[in-house]
Design a binder for this molecule. Structure first.
Ligand code: NOJ
Length: 552
């Protein structure tokens, strides 16, 4: 495999609205990000993925873009953006823009034109269909209700897989694609280093055949984009691909395919949902499912593509609350989850606040929530007669505002996020969980992440070693090895508060063994471990001539 600079890198996602508010209007902004670049440089990250900062009416917090060439006024100006790119560069930090090209806002100039008349030159930029008896098909929107909206003006329906204010672009139109490439070049020319591509698996959709993801032209379009834009700069790209399997991930990221650098899998993110029932239908996680899913991606993409590694983003609940322990073992479990993920092959993504172990929010009143998906879901279920308490149960566990509460910087009012009134309430635990305390305490989750980021740069085995799952059927321990030459990386993580026994297979040679990182003091060498403490995680680097050193 050809080595790439970003193979050793760690990405940090900023959700600007909730990161740091400089001007006191209660909304995070670009000058606020600039103020915190030193914090990020100290953490050691290499790349920032910036959620959308383009002009937007904010129906979906910036994922509804009305002008790709302007900065949202809540966030600042184009001068602020230029300064961010420049200040980041001074600290060797790259910026990846969020690229939302499956849809625009209905307030984008193209859509305003498109809806005017059937023969408007922009008509075909979007997906319009006529139908005399209700929506042209029964596809539903991700944000509840039908995905078709009737427009009085011309008596036709337009397609929107997300909100009504997010009409889908028609990427089959060559002119649309050309405009998008020009826009991407504009940003690369400004000095950003690449793109995180929003729901990119949808851009080849064939609506009349009910094909949404993985349409027949999807990979042709990505290859065209690569030729026209990506290959002309040293870019880094990641596709958001909810439908991806390891098989299709090889198509997106395989060497010589000239498409994307990596994709986000969603397969591990749906393991706590009842199959086929959608994100709100809760089910406890079975650790065996998680092991099988992550391991499948590790082994199948090895040498044939590249993984991205993540637990969190602005759409997912906080991982400590989700699969860790947000109470007594918050610190231990946050470190365990981080260790488990960061020792895998791929590029790790940290979502803002993950590095200090921020947890989910619980509001009892729907009026405290801001997320359109959550609010639409609530209203739909209420109208179906589902009791408030049942709906809130799902929202507390899965709602996107869990990730979006403002960053907790210190113990001042509103966690130091703003001097104004925050657009979404800050989690009330900010006095106990905040970055200032974390940076002062060398045993904090923050320093654990810092060390994981560093280890990836120091040990090639973390970047390229071959993965093997061990103790496959163990219900509580997630353990694996990575192998490269005479080196073995042994990663052992206890996924709950019990203290399961651990025994090394007899004959396993661990004489020359170093502990790279652990979340408890006084961790024993593998052959002396016996049992694991609650949420204990440890990584050993073993040098061994003994090639039969194996768990199988
Ligand atoms: C995925 C984004 O991550 C999410 O926040 C957004 O609502 C949808 N795509 C639509 O753009």
């Amino acid at each position: 495999m050809n080595k790439k600079w970003w193979h050793q890198s760690t990405v940090y996602q900023i959700y600007p609205r909730s990161f740091n508010d400089h001007d006191g209007d209660g909304i995070g902004d670009i000058p606020g990000i600039i103020e915190k670049l030193d914090y990020l440089a100290f953490l050691g990250i290499d790349i920032i993925w910036l959620s959308p900062v383009y002009q937007s009416p904010n129906d979906d917090n910036g994922y509804d873009i009305s002008d790709y060439y302007e900065i949202m006024s809540d966030f600042g100006t184009m001068e602020d953006m230029d300064r961010l790119i420049e200040e980041a560069r001074k600290r060797d930090i790259h910026i990846m823009m969020d690229l939302v090209i499956n849809h625009t806002s209905d307030e984008h100039r193209w859509f305003i034109e498109s809806r005017k008349s059937k023969d408007n030159p922009y008509r075909d930029y979007y997906v319009w269909r006529e139908s005399s008896d209700g929506p042209p098909s029964d596809i539903t929107s991700v944000f509840s209700g039908p995905a078709w909206e009737y427009d009085e003006e011309t008596g036709e329906y337009y397609f929107h897989l997300f909100s009504k204010k997010q009409p889908d672009l028609n990427l089959h139109n060559k002119e649309v694609r050309k405009h998008l490439y020009t826009m991407m070049n504009f940003w690369l020319e400004k000095g950003v280093s690449g793109f995180r591509m929003d729901v990119i698996d949808l851009i080849g959709k064939e609506i009349d055949e009910n094909i949404l993801t993985d349409g027949p032209n999807l990979h042709d379009y990505l290859q065209e984009m690569n030729r026209e834009v990506l290959s002309t700069y040293p870019t880094i790209t990641v596709g958001e691909t909810p439908s991806a399997t390891p098989e299709t991930a090889k198509l997106y990221t395989g060497e010589g395919r000239d498409e994307l650098d990596m994709v986000f899998t969603f397969q591990h993110m749906s393991l706590d949902e009842r199959a086929g029932k959608g994100k709100w239908a809760l089910k406890p996680l079975d650790l065996i499912d998680l092991k099988q899913t992550l391991s499948k991606w590790q082994t199948e993409l090895h040498g044939q593509g590249w993984n991205s590694l993540y637990w969190n983003n602005h759409d997912q609940p906080r991982i400590v609350s989700r699969w860790g322990n947000e109470g007594e073992y918050r610190v231990e479990s946050a470190k365990m989850l981080a260790t488990l993920l960061h020792m895998m092959q791929g590029t790790p993504y940290i979502y803002q606040g993950e590095e200090i172990g921020m947890i989910n929010i619980v509001f009892d009143d729907i009026r405290d929530y801001r997320d359109i998906e959550t609010i639409n879901y609530y209203n739909e279920k209420i109208s179906e007669g589902v009791p408030h308490a049942d709906i809130m149960k799902s929202i507390h566990v899965k709602g996107r505002d869990n990730a979006r509460t403002p960053f907790q910087w210190d113990s001042n009012l509103h966690g130091g996020f703003t001097t104004g009134t925050p657009w979404l309430e800050v989690n009330g635990n900010y006095k106990n969980i905040n970055a200032e305390d974390a940076v002062k305490n060398e045993e904090s989750i923050f320093y654990h992440y810092k060390k994981l980021i560093q280890l990836r740069k120091e040990h090639d085995i973390i970047v390229y070693g071959e993965y093997e799952l061990i103790l496959e059927d163990h219900p509580e321990i997630f353990a694996y090895t990575r192998k490269s030459g005479n080196e073995i990386l042994l990663v052992i993580a206890n996924f709950n508060e019990h203290e399961p026994a651990f025994t090394l297979p007899s004959g396993f040679d661990d004489k020359d063994c170093e502990i790279l990182i652990s979340n408890y003091r006084g961790t024993a060498h593998p052959s002396e471990l016996k049992k694991l403490r609650p949420y204990e995680a440890v990584v050993y680097l073993i040098q061994s001539e003994n090639t039969s050193n194996s768990f199988q």
